[in-house]
Design a protein. Structure first.
Length: 424
């Protein structure tokens, strides 16, 4: 191989940062290298990263393999001890071209491979300009990094550090450049995006940032948020939901569970009632709003009744896009020291919760048949509606915005017919 290849695991923020990494590595003159941007959310994510490293070495025996990301930050020795790995960079180091200019030579010791500093010492997040993300027609902008909360199951603050925000002016400048480059949809992303602004002068909120972007940049056709914590939703965000058609009617929520006792043991800041109230309030303002959510099955001490409350929350909330994680103990977190459930029970509950999610998704698709939708055409013959449903759109040019009528679905994606104006 030649050049720089990147293998990415995990969240949208990692996808965004992988583009930054590639640009910085190429700027540093790196060649014949594979950058592996890892995720630490679950033990399975770490296992998959290790598997990808071994596969990359088998397929590219002479390439440099550089491992970074959240798992590299939290388990640096795990990766440095792998014979296949040439260097390990921390989450801060991976974004700087200097890191790629000062890589160790081949065959060095475990200690010499490590380029991982204390992430908790990082106090600011510098704006990073990404003009293009391979495979995406939507543009991502990182507005925040890190997290000040300490949910008992979560290792991510130890991989990302404390919450820090990109100044609003820098975000607006990035969005303007992306809009000028032809992007019709922009997605604001972060580790805990709804905590945006708390560390900035005047403490602007995520909702105010989104309002400002849409006011100053009329060429942005569509604006999305990657994920939010509903308990942090501010009045500006609720205004956007109610009054701004360019703010897309889809929110992905960090719910995690539907039982109050488990939520307390997770050290979440919302209750079951809080979550349902937020969803009800949003739907009253924007009836077409769809919701995604992250939920964990098999958390320590979870009884069958508690699990049932999680299932019922998903049903009562009508979650259209349910992301289910079987609980995975992460070393160093409080939940890892709690009484654990049998792994077979965890897997069984995760499968049952996924089945609920599948049924809710089918219901969501059923409800969209016959509606008129504006579609953003993506790659591989697919498109997304405003409320983030996937649509088959063969033969259309990626990046187009087209009106269509939804005619049916196959259980995975919607089928459509272009309106006469679009077909012409």
């Amino acid at each position: 191989m030649s050049g720089v290849d990147v293998i990415t695991f995990g969240c949208r923020l990692n996808t965004y940062e992988s583009e930054v990494m590639k640009a910085q590595a190429e700027k540093a003159g790196l060649n014949n290298a594979i950058l592996i941007n890892t995720c630490a959310v679950t033990g399975e994510a770490v296992r998959q990263a290790r598997q990808a490293i071994r596969r990359a070495r088998r397929d590219n025996p002479h390439a440099r393999i550089i491992v970074t990301g959240c798992a590299a930050q939290t388990e640096k020795e795990t990766f440095a001890e792998m014979a296949e790995v040439d260097a390990v960079l921390g989450n801060e180091e991976k974004l700087a071209s200097a890191s790629y200019r000062s890589l160790p030579d081949f065959g060095v010791s475990t200690e010499e491979k490590l380029r991982v500093n204390d992430i908790m010492s990082v106090k600011a997040t510098a704006p990073q300009m990404v003009r293009h993300i391979d495979g995406h027609v939507r543009a991502f902008i990182q507005v925040q990094n890190g997290c000040d909360h300490r949910c008992t199951f979560c290792i991510i603050p130890y991989g990302r550090g404390n919450s820090r925000s990109v100044p609003m002016g820098a975000v607006v400048d990035q969005a303007r450049k992306l809009a000028d480059s032809g992007y019709r949809e922009i997605v604001l992303t972060g580790v805990d995006a709804t905590s945006y602004g708390g560390d900035l002068p005047g403490a602007p909120t995520l909702g105010l940032l989104a309002k400002t972007l849409l006011k100053q940049l009329p060429d942005i056709s569509r604006l999305r948020l990657s994920s939010i914590d509903s308990i942090e939703a501010d009045a500006h965000l609720m205004d956007l939901i109610a009054d701004e058609p360019r703010f897309m009617p889809h929110l992905h929520l960090s719910l995690q569970h539907g039982d109050d006792m488990i939520l307390k043991r997770m050290k979440r800041r919302h209750s079951r009632a809080d979550a349902l109230r937020f969803i009800e309030d949003v739907r009253r303002l924007r009836p077409e709003m769809s919701f995604g959510a992250d939920m964990i099955a098999g958390f320590p001490t979870e009884t069958e009744e508690m699990f049932g409350n999680a299932v019922r929350l998903a049903e009562e909330a009508g979650i259209a896009h349910l992301h289910v994680f079987p609980y995975s103990p992460r070393p160093g977190t409080p939940a890892a020291r709690m009484p654990q459930l049998d792994r077979s029970l965890v897997k069984d509950r995760a499968a049952r919760l996924r089945a609920t999610g599948h049924r809710l998704h089918q219901s969501h698709l059923d409800g969209m048949v016959g509606t008129r939708q504006w579609l953003l055409v993506e790659n591989n013959g697919l498109a997304h509606t405003e409320n983030f449903a996937l649509v088959a759109a063969p033969g259309l040019r990626p990046g187009e915005l087209v009106p269509a009528t939804i005619t049916g679905h196959n259980g995975k994606h919607l089928d459509m017919q272009l309106t006469a104006a679009a077909a012409a």
